[in-house]
Structure formats: C-alpha cells, structure tokens
Design a protein around this ligand. Structure first.
Ligand SMILES: *[C@@H]1O[C@H](CO)[C@@H](O)[C@H](O)[C@H]1NC(C)=O
Ligand SMILES: *[C@@H]1O[C@H](CO)[C@@H](O)[C@H](O)[C@H]1NC(C)=O
Ligand SMILES: *[C@@H]1O[C@H](CO)[C@@H](O)[C@H](O)[C@H]1NC(C)=O
Ligand SMILES: *[C@@H]1O[C@H](CO)[C@@H](O)[C@H](O)[C@H]1NC(C)=O
Ligand SMILES: *[C@@H]1O[C@H](CO)[C@@H](O)[C@H](O)[C@H]1NC(C)=O
Ligand SMILES: *[C@@H]1O[C@H](CO)[C@@H](O)[C@H](O)[C@H]1NC(C)=O
Ligand SMILES: *[C@@H]1O[C@H](CO)[C@@H](O)[C@H](O)[C@H]1NC(C)=O
Ligand SMILES: *[C@@H]1O[C@H](CO)[C@@H](O)[C@H](O)[C@H]1NC(C)=O
Ligand SMILES: *[C@@H]1O[C@H](CO)[C@@H](O)[C@H](O)[C@H]1NC(C)=O
Ligand SMILES: *[C@@H]1O[C@H](CO)[C@@H](O)[C@H](O)[C@H]1NC(C)=O
Ligand SMILES: *[C@@H]1O[C@H](CO)[C@@H](O)[C@H](O)[C@H]1NC(C)=O
Length: 434
C-alpha cells in the first residue's frame, strides 16, 4: 500500500465583530468579518518543470517560512505524514534543503519555548517525535479506531489564530521541490483564523487518549460560517464570501459544511466553466476490500455539462502510482464530447511531471499533487483526492471562496487561479486522454 497515495471546532468569544446581515441578493445569511486580510495563492513547482511564463505564484516553502516567522503565540498544525528531512531515503537528496530548513526553524521555535506548538497527526513518526522531545504537543488522530477506515490527510497550518495555510502540501521535503502543490496563504485574518482553529480543535480533541466521536459536538465547536452563510471577508482591497469545509462528516460539528457538500455546491453553482486539477479522480471507493461505485462528483459534472452546458476541464495526474482503472472513467467523461447535438464540452487531460533518471529514484515524487477546482463563481482549494474514501472516512479540509467577476478587474484570487490552471492545461505537461 502506497503511503503517499493512500493517502488515502473552541473559543466562542470571537475576536471580531460579527454582524449578521441579510443579503437579499444572495437570499442567504452572510457573516461579515471586519479584518483586512491578505490572501495569496501559493504553489510548488517540481524542479526542472519550466513554463514559458515561469512560476508566477509565491512558493509553498516561502509561505511556510513566513508563517513560522510570524508566530508569536501558537502554531497549530494538522498533518498527514511527516518527512521534512531526507532520512527516509538512502542517499541524501540535494533538493531536500527547503524541507530541512522548515524542520529546523520549527525545532528552533519549539526549543525556544515561547510559542505553543501543537500537532495533530496521522501516525507517529521521527519528525514529530523529535519535536515532542523538546516540548511540542503531539496527538495522533487514530482513524482505524475512530472511523474504522480512512486516514488523517489534512494539511493545515494555523498561526496565532490569524494566519492559515490550507493546500495539498504535506510536511514532506518533496512538497517543496519534487511535487506540484497548490494552496492558499491567509494572513492577518482573525475572523477566518478563529474558524480554522475550530477545525483544528476537532482533531486535537479526537487525538486525546481514548477519545471517541461525540454524538453531538459541544457548542464551542459549532460554526455559523458555511455554504448558506459564508463570511464576507475583505482581502487585498476587495471582498469575497469564504468558508471552510471538513471531512469526514462525523468530524463536522453543527454548522460545519461537509467537504463533499462544498464541492457539489461549487459544481452546481457554476454557470460557464469548471476547471479541476486533482491528482486522483475515481468515481469509486477505492481503499475498501471490494471497490464500490461512488458517483456524487461524476454525476454532478455530467449534469453541469449536459443540462447546463457548462464547460468542464478535468486534469488528473499521470505518475508511477496511477491505477490503470482511473483512465477508463476519465475516458467515459471525455467521450461525451463526441455527441455534438448534446453540446457537451468536457475535456480531460493527464498531467505528467517528467523526471530525470536521478529524480526517478526518489519514491513518491514527481507528481502533480494539487487538489483544487475553479469555476466562474468559486475557487475551491482542498486537501483530498477525488475518490469516495476521502469524503466518507478520511480527514480533510477545504477553503471555498466565492467571487464572480464584477464589472471591474481588481484583485480576484479566483481569477488568479483560473490563470494558474490554464497555464498548466496548455503546457506541454498536460496531454489529452485519448
Ligand atoms: C496513517 O495511519 C494509518 C493508521 O494508523 C496507517 O495504517 C497508515 O500507514 C498511515 N499512513 C501514512 C502515510 O503514514
Ligand atoms: C534540475 O533542477 C536542478 C535544481 O534546480 C538543477 O540543479 C539541475 O541542473 C536541473 N537538471 C536538469 C536536467 O535540468
Ligand atoms: C527515524 O530515525 C532513525 C534514527 O535517527 C532512522 O534510523 C530511521 O531511518 C528514521 N526513519 C524514518 C522513516 O525516517
Ligand atoms: C542535484 O543532483 C542532481 C543529480 O542527482 C544534479 O543533476 C543537480 O545538478 C544537483 N543540483 C545541485 C543544486 O546540486
Ligand atoms: C484508555 O483505555 C485503556 C484501555 O481501555 C486504559 O488502560 C487507559 O487507562 C485509558 N486511558 C485514559 C487516559 O483514559
Ligand atoms: C449554516 O450556518 C447558519 C448560521 O450561520 C445555520 O443557521 C445553518 O443551519 C448552517 N447550515 C448548515 C447546513 O449547517
Ligand atoms: C467482496 O466481494 C466478494 C465477492 O463478491 C464477497 O464474497 C466478499 O464477501 C466481499 N468482501 C467484503 C469485505 O465485502
Ligand atoms: C503517462 O506517463 C508515461 C510515463 O512518463 C508516459 O509514457 C505517458 O505518455 C503518459 N501518458 C499521458 C496520457 O500523458
Ligand atoms: C476583465 O478581464 C477580462 C479577462 O481578463 C476581460 O475580458 C474583461 O474585458 C475585463 N473587464 C474590464 C471591465 O476591464
Ligand atoms: C494579496 O497581496 C499580497 C501582498 O501584496 C500578494 O502577495 C498576493 O498575491 C495578493 N493576492 C492576490 C489574490 O492578488
Ligand atoms: C498541477 O498543479 C498546478 C498548480 O500547482 C495546477 O495549476 C495544475 O492544474 C495541476 N495539474 C494537475 C494535473 O493536477
């Protein structure tokens, strides 16, 4: 079983002014934050991948360094596996510098003892054992015991309840130099930071010894920020509606959007186009003994394309751990194109990260690992691959931003993500599934 592929809510005194507004144009309730936040799209581009325009976004390494530099009180990390140093491979790799640097900075902060460092993880590992030795808090969220399936697959950083990273980047040296990753860096944003902290508190609670999933989560874990009442956030001199989603459903206290519901809502709200970049796309539950059909996302995409004539571009990853049965499912979407009278436009491509012979020897590297979707209405940035297991059993989170084009062309993170997607889509690394 591949370790990387299988991958498989606290403080009610909110540090911001909450205004419940009835925004008639949306016919939903909007929670208005008062912070002036900064949102930045961040990515990792594997070494030796080149684009005509060059990488245009902040690097994941830079984003993680910034977060550690800004920490004054708390560093709360929700993680899958840890492998920031390259001791996991037999010979040291010269592309592991960034991972080692992040580990050293975190260790220095733990040793200095001024900041409360807590980590919720999937399983014990060398990196967090080392950090725990110097006083970091570490808890394992035991999915086999809690859910009888799944893993803790979240990748989330929350600093001082104000700064947040959510994205595909694991706590792994490869995530800075060998895999393609996409995430969002949220800064100076206590209104969202406090809500992200509630996501973390769920993991922290469930990681305590012998914890069980409560029948009903206590009030301090509940949120009022969700699909039907997103937070109106000011960022970079503009505004957007934002909320977080979480998976599995049993980890969602009252008010918290399920990750799958968020994804389906984004697909169903699209009017013109849906662009998707995921490592794995399977309309199946794949990690059970017998694979079973799981078509929630696939159905929603077909419905968008057939019923609403929404243009769908889907890009999955072609790498050494791609299961052969992914391809026929992708082709079954692509072939709908060949029915002109239906006016269906679904394009499907596979993204291959090329490797040098030396790079080929690095296990679980050289893959586009991003998990995001962008439409004419929303940006969705997640931590889960798109197979049923992730939404039924596995721990993951999503960042959802709603910001359609307005008359003016100011800052718009969603539009920036469209640009990022199309750059990959039109690159030499993406080829049609034939
Ligand atoms: C995650 O935890 C599960 C259960 O403890 C374990 O079987 C699995 O190997 C872990 N995954 C990774 C990538 O470490
Ligand atoms: C790959 O990238 C590394 C680091 O940027 C560089 O040192 C090396 O020369 C590149 N190799 C090739 C084959 O382009
Ligand atoms: C954990 O650390 C030990 C001792 O430093 C080392 O021998 C081992 O290879 C490490 N294991 C992993 C998976 O990194
Ligand atoms: C890293 O190693 C690869 C081959 O293993 C080599 O091609 C590359 O030049 C090295 N890069 C640096 C910065 O040393
Ligand atoms: C957890 O459960 C084990 C076995 O049932 C028991 O021995 C242990 O005391 C419990 N720990 C706590 C902190 O309740
Ligand atoms: C979303 O939050 C609002 C409060 O802001 C709540 O009334 C509503 O029930 C929540 N929706 C869900 C699906 O939990
Ligand atoms: C898997 O499928 C086989 C054949 O249909 C069946 O005999 C078996 O009980 C199934 N296993 C599980 C765990 O559902
Ligand atoms: C998938 O990757 C393999 C190995 O790099 C390559 O030969 C193949 O052409 C790729 N397939 C597609 C559809 O890009
Ligand atoms: C905004 O940008 C889009 C695409 O970049 C362009 O088509 C549109 O005309 C611009 N709108 C305004 C008001 O500048
Ligand atoms: C927001 O501002 C920061 C700092 O100037 C910049 O790095 C980031 O790219 C901006 N975000 C967007 C979506 O334009
Ligand atoms: C690969 O990652 C980049 C962002 O880093 C994204 O724009 C692209 O669409 C992704 N492609 C695939 C196939 O996941």
């Amino acid at each position: 079983m591949s370790r990387f592929l299988h991958v498989s809510r606290a403080d009610v005194g909110l540090p911001f002014v909450v205004l419940y507004l009835l925004d008639v144009s949306r016919l939903t309730e909007t929670v208005k934050g008062s912070d002036l936040c900064i949102f930045t799209l961040v990515e990792s581009v594997p070494d030796n991948l080149t684009y005509s325009e060059g990488p245009s976004l902040m690097s994941t390494y830079e984003a993680h360094k910034r977060l550690l530099d800004r920490a004054k009180q708390k560093i709360h990390l929700a993680s899958f596996y840890w492998s920031l140093t390259d001791v996991d491979i037999h010979c040291p790799d010269n592309s592991s510098f960034q991972g080692q640097d992040i580990f050293q900075r975190l260790l220095d902060l733990v040793k200095a003892g001024q900041v409360d460092v807590k980590m919720a993880q999937n399983n014990t590992n060398n990196d967090t054992d080392e950090l725990a030795k110097y006083g970091a808090g570490v808890r394992t969220v035991d999915f086999p015991r809690l859910e009888h399936a799944g893993v803790m697959h979240t990748k989330m950083w929350i600093i001082d309840e104000s700064h947040v990273y959510i994205g595909s980047g694991n706590f792994d040296w490869r995530s800075y130099t060998q895999t393609k990753e996409l995430g969002v860096l949220i800064e100076d944003c206590p209104c969202l930071g406090a809500d992200a902290e509630k996501l973390f508190e769920v993991y922290w609670y469930l990681g305590s010894p012998n914890a069980t999933i409560p029948d009903q989560w206590p009030d301090e874990y509940t949120t009022g920020i969700n699909i039907s009442s997103p937070l109106l956030v000011h960022y970079n001199n503009t505004e957007a509606h934002v909320y977080f989603s979480s998976s599995p459903p049993s980890f969602c206290p009252s008010g918290r959007a399920n990750d799958i519901d968020a994804i389906l809502n984004v697909i169903r709200s699209a009017k013109k186009f849906i662009y998707i970049s995921v490592m794995d796309y399977y309309p199946l539950v794949i990690y059970s003994v017998n694979k079973t059909y799981w078509s929630l996302i696939d159905d929603a995409l077909r419905e968008a394309a057939v019923d609403r004539h929404v243009r769908v571009y889907l890009m999955a990853s072609n790498w050494s751990h791609t299961e052969s049965y992914m391809i026929p499912f992708l082709k079954s979407l692509y072939i709908l194109n060949r029915t002109p009278h239906l006016r269906v436009n679904i394009q499907v491509k596979l993204f291959t990260v090329q490797s040098t012979p030396a790079q080929q020897t690095i296990p679980y590297a050289r893959v586009n690992h991003s998990k995001y979707m962008v439409t004419d209405q929303h940006a969705y940035i997640g931590t889960s691959n798109w197979a049923g297991d992730y939404f039924k059993y596995t721990g993951g989170v999503g960042f959802i931003l709603e910001q359609p084009d307005t008359g003016t062309n100011g800052t718009n993170l969603r539009r920036q993500l469209v640009h990022t997607f199309l750059q990959d889509w039109h690159s030499q690394y993406a080829q049609y599934v034939l």
